[in-house]
Design a protein around this ligand. Sequence first.
Ligand code: BT5
Length: 331
Amino acid sequence: MTAIPSPRGACCSVAARLLRTLRSGSALPSELLAALGVTNDALLHLTTHLESLGFDISRHPMLGYTLMEEPQCLTPEAVLSHIEGDWVPEVMALSTTTSTNTEAAERGLLEASGPLAIFAEHQTAGRGRLGRKWEAKAGEGLLVSILLRPNSPQATWTRITTLTALAVSEAIESVTGVYAGIKWPNDILVDSHKVAGILAETGTSPTRGAFLVVGIGLNVNQTDFPPELASKAAALRQILGGKVVNRAALAAKIIDRLGFWIERMEQGFELALKAVTLRSTVLGRQLTLHSGTMSATGTAEALDENGGLLLRLADGELRAFSAGEVSLRGA
Ligand code: BT5
């Protein structure tokens, strides 16, 4: 594993504030010192640090500091600089790892408090549900896992998978203008093509108790996929006719929307359920749901209070499912 960890600590968040300030226009050193509340030496240190990450910052005697260009690689500084809300997890970025879900779970076992978001540019063993593979070329997608220690009863944690799907689809729409639907339980679709998948896993630390990891794989700037995925997967860049999408801005928007919904969970889940229902690609449709060796066919009628699927079977029974694989009739 090659790590470029950058804790939520002071340096990273001030660097993020510096980026945010420079994005709104050039600034004189005196303005930056006042805005950031740092010394001259610290400002020099911050700009040198950002330059080492690939940010091109010009320093002009009259115009001051100008942000000329931002790197494509995903850094905690860039992600944090785009976050608007108050819910700010600790952010780490790795260049390569086996799986960000594994990284987050290891930290969950090691007592990390969370929320903690771990990004990677590349995964050597990225996974989906039931041991399936998640394919993503290095540096093109968004691969992130968020470690959480929810206060709510574990039986309700499936709500957080639902909120994650909602946050991802809302972020896609907000950053790119592209409408994204939610295929229960964990796929994000644009025009029937899978652009993202979510993998929720739980674990228990002997000292800190249970934790939840929600992993998100989102196709952003890929231009092609392996043959077996080419007809069913799509990347935002392909949907936007080749336009490259800023992954840091997208990542920050996902964090903002997830924070928004998690904070509202204390007041109930109804509002989120309404939003998910509106984006659902399965509700009202005939489908077959597979879960282990069992399969059931019926009409997807609604989502229950934990985000489970309520299926109306042919004999009229309404049965609830908390997980499963859905194949739509006629799709
Ligand atoms: C998922 O599983 O869709 C959850 C994927 C979660 C991946 C993230 S990446 C960050 C974090 N770290 C991890 O190791 N995992 C999470 P599932 O519903 O089981 O779908 C898996 C199936 O999606 C595969 O069998 C393929 O058919 C398909 N697939 C694989 N890569 C894809 C891609 N890039 N785009 C669209 N579909 C893909």
